[in-house]
Design a protein around this ligand. Structure first.
Ligand code: IVH
Length: 667
């Protein structure tokens, strides 16, 4: 098979599995097999860049970096819709339609109005060629690389009987679950939170590095098919085709015979829409027949054949009972309003976010106030105003605390920042516990069997004051503690032991440098390779790295200037954590260790453990995680695990030193 055929087969295969997975929720092959296919394709594409197909699934993982997006003129202007806010306005619209169609029968299609970013995606001969933002309606930005990362968007469709050029339009969005996950991570690294899913989606589509976009799990609901020539007679027909061609169509649409049906659709979705995976702010009513659409035409701004109905913003009023101040891992103080429980948009609301001190001042909040709460695009409701007619003189004004509610350290507020911080990083209990929680999370050291409660008990008992203490925990420390049986103790210890194999990029994320999230950590490890060179990097060197800006660079420099942080990293190094980046591609050095297996234990003079692993693999050997009869060598450095040595002796496995190992390489 020639490379072109190989690329073709792999592309089609992977696109098929992708479609099955994302659109039909079926995984026909394992993640491992899938990654393998993708790697094979990427390797071929790297070798033969001219043969990369426009519908290659490698575009899904991104990689293209745009300095500036090119401006593109829309083939058909992207208009907006007229808005209505009540039944009467809709009835008026229906009357205009009736008049315009001069007595003809007509049908409407009702859809939900998705709250995201309007996008236009162009296809040529069934293959995706461009993704464009709405822009000013006439010209938009070419964000093709980012659009291609949307997993539910087909990169190629079967186009028999279709015009050579067509276009699909719809709403790009971040599912609520992805939005929450992003904000959780942002909070974790001390980044300002994204205001709502729509802003988050629009910011994501405009990111320069499409590989970062790919991680954000954008989605796209298609609601329109467009071409120069007539392809379908009705909108309904086009929706059916779009669905069968693999586009993501929200199944919420319905055909309505008259405006009464439309009003019933509106009522049906008023509450139910809150169970959808994205925010919606209304419905869109469209004439079904394309001929009739043509007859009705457009005004300067919007079509006469469609209109939007906006649901009223969900709001309720209730009593503000108190304000709590939460202290985050990075010391940021978040005020949270405790409310008298009230029903709002299908849930009972007891708490609302107030963001920061400015917001308390802006709203002039007093305890006991009757406040309005609203669920806008956000998931957590927010206070939007105060009913001053219910204010009593006895209601106490709220003063933002001057000291930390947890450790009484005076709070600080950096210039230009809205948030207050507790600077007592190393002594403030929620900050200490938060750092440990951050450290053990799945994306960081992935230490299983330790949860918030365990951290709390260990902290109370004085066993854990820093993540580094995890590596000095002993069985005896936990024995006798309530709720800690031999099995759970073993699980905890083995989870900690296993974390020593976690790659450097995750370790760097785990240590919790402010603004260094998982993605930034990966960029840094790829660039600097070792913690030592990252530590030595100057501000100027740091900002040379793509995606590393002023704020992150400053934060890294400041982190390593603090001696306590350097000591913390030293203790993690001693514990055997990975502080060297191992490139996935192994450069073969020789075959001196061909067929030999090794277990590495302890600390070495010339190598870090991960460097040793690379060395072994580069010379044809293999590294195993546990001592067994099949093992050839236990490579034991200083402070090698006594249990491993004992086991190796018992099983007759050779125990070798670092010197022995070096000798093997030159033998
Ligand atoms: S149809 C000619 N259908 O609402 C305009 N728009 O002002 C045709 N939107 O930003 C638009 N859901 O992105 C249509 N089901 C839907 C929609 C929808 C959301 C957005 C659209 C645009 C705005 C219209």
């Amino acid at each position: 098979m020639n490379p072109q055929e190989q690329i073709q087969i792999l592309t089609d295969k992977i696109n098929y599995y992708n479609h099955q997975y994302y659109m039909n929720s079926e995984s026909e092959i394992s993640d491992y097999e899938f990654d393998n296919l993708l790697e094979q394709l990427q390797a071929l594409e790297a070798q033969y860049p001219d043969l990369v197909r426009p519908d290659s699934p490698s575009h899904r993982v991104g990689g293209a970096i745009a300095k500036e997006f090119e401006s593109v003129t829309h083939r058909f202007p992207m208009l907006s819709l007229g808005n209505t806010y009540n039944a009467q306005e809709l009835i008026d619209f229906d009357e205009r339609v009736q008049k315009g169609l001069e007595g003809q029968q007509y049908e409407y299609i009702c859809e939900l109005k998705f709250d995201g970013v309007a996008l236009s995606v162009w296809y040529e001969n069934g293959v995706i060629v461009k993704g464009v933002t709405r822009g000013d309606g006439v010209r938009g930005d070419d964000i093709t690389a980012n659009v291609k990362t949307i997993k539910t968007l087909p990169l190629k469709v079967q186009a028999t009987g279709l015009p050579v050029q067509f276009e699909v339009r719809g709403e790009g969005f971040l599912p609520l679950s992805s939005f929450e996950a992003i904000n959780k991570e942002r909070e974790d690294i001390g980044e300002a939170l994204l205001a709502n899913p729509r802003n988050a989606a629009s910011g994501t589509f405009k990111m320069q590095d499409s590989s970062v976009v790919a991680k954000r799990k954008l989605d796209f609901y298609v609601y329109q098919f467009l071409s120069e020539t007539d392809t379908f007679a009705t909108h309904e027909e086009s929706l059916h085709w779009l669905k069968s061609a693999g586009f993501n169509i929200s199944d919420t649409w319905e055909k309505c015979r008259n405006i009464q049906d439309v009003l019933a659709f509106i009522e049906k979705w008023e509450d139910k829409r809150h169970s959808l995976p994205l925010n919606t702010d209304g419905i869109v009513v469209k004439i079904n027949s394309f001929t009739q659409r043509e007859q009705l035409g457009f005004t300067a701004k919007s079509p006469r054949w469609a209109i939007a109905y906006k649901y009223k913003a969900e709001s309720a009023s209730t009593t503000l009972e108190s304000i709590s101040y939460q202290v985050g891992r990075t010391g940021n103080i978040t005020p949270v309003a405790n409310l008298k429980p009230v029903h709002l948009a299908g849930t009972v609301v007891k708490r609302a976010s107030v963001h920061n001190a400015n917001e308390i001042e802006r709203l002039d909040l007093h305890i006991g106030d009757t406040v309005f709460v609203e669920k806008g695009g956000e998931i957590i409701p927010k206070i939007t105003g105060v009913d001053l007619s219910k204010r009593k003189d006895s209601f106490e004004e709220i003063h933002f605390p001057e000291v930390c509610p947890e450790c009484s350290t005076p709070l600080i507020r950096k210039e230009g920042e809205a948030n207050h911080y507790c600077p007592n990083e190393k002594g403030c209990p929620p900050q200490i516990k938060g750092k440990i929680e951050h450290f053990i999370q799945r994306k960081a050291m992935n230490i299983e069997n330790i949860g918030t409660e365990t951290i709390e008990s260990f902290y109370q008992k004085g066993l854990l004051n820093s993540p580094a203490d995890l590596y000095t925990l002993k069985k005896e420390d936990m024995e006798g503690m309530e709720g800690f049986k031999a099995k759970s103790i073993n699980n905890i210890l083995s989870g900690i032991e296993k974390s020593k194999e976690i790659p450097f990029k995750q370790v760097l994320f785990a240590i919790g440098i402010r603004y260094v999230g998982a993605t930034v950590a990966e960029k840094l490890t790829n660039h600097f390779l070792t913690i030592d060179s990252l530590e030595k990097a100057t501000y100027e060197e740091l900002i040379q790295v793509p995606e590393i800006g002023d704020r992150i660079a400053q934060s890294i420099v400041a982190y390593f200037q603090d001696n306590e942080n350097v000591q913390f990293i030293d203790s993690l190094k001693k514990a055997g954590l990975q502080f060297v980046h191992i490139p996935t591609e192994i450069v073969v050095e020789g075959n001196a260790l061909e067929g030999k297996t090794f277990v590495i234990s302890g600390v070495f003079q010339n190598f870090g453990r991960d460097e040793l692993k690379t060395k072994i693999e580069a010379n044809g050997g293999k590294v195993l995680s546990g001592v067994s009869k099949k093992l050839n060598y236990l490579l034991a450095g200083a402070e090698a695990g006594p249990s491993k040595i004992e086991k190796a002796e018992k099983m007759g496995v050779s125990i070798i030193s670092e010197e022995d190992f070096l000798a093997m390489l030159v033998a």
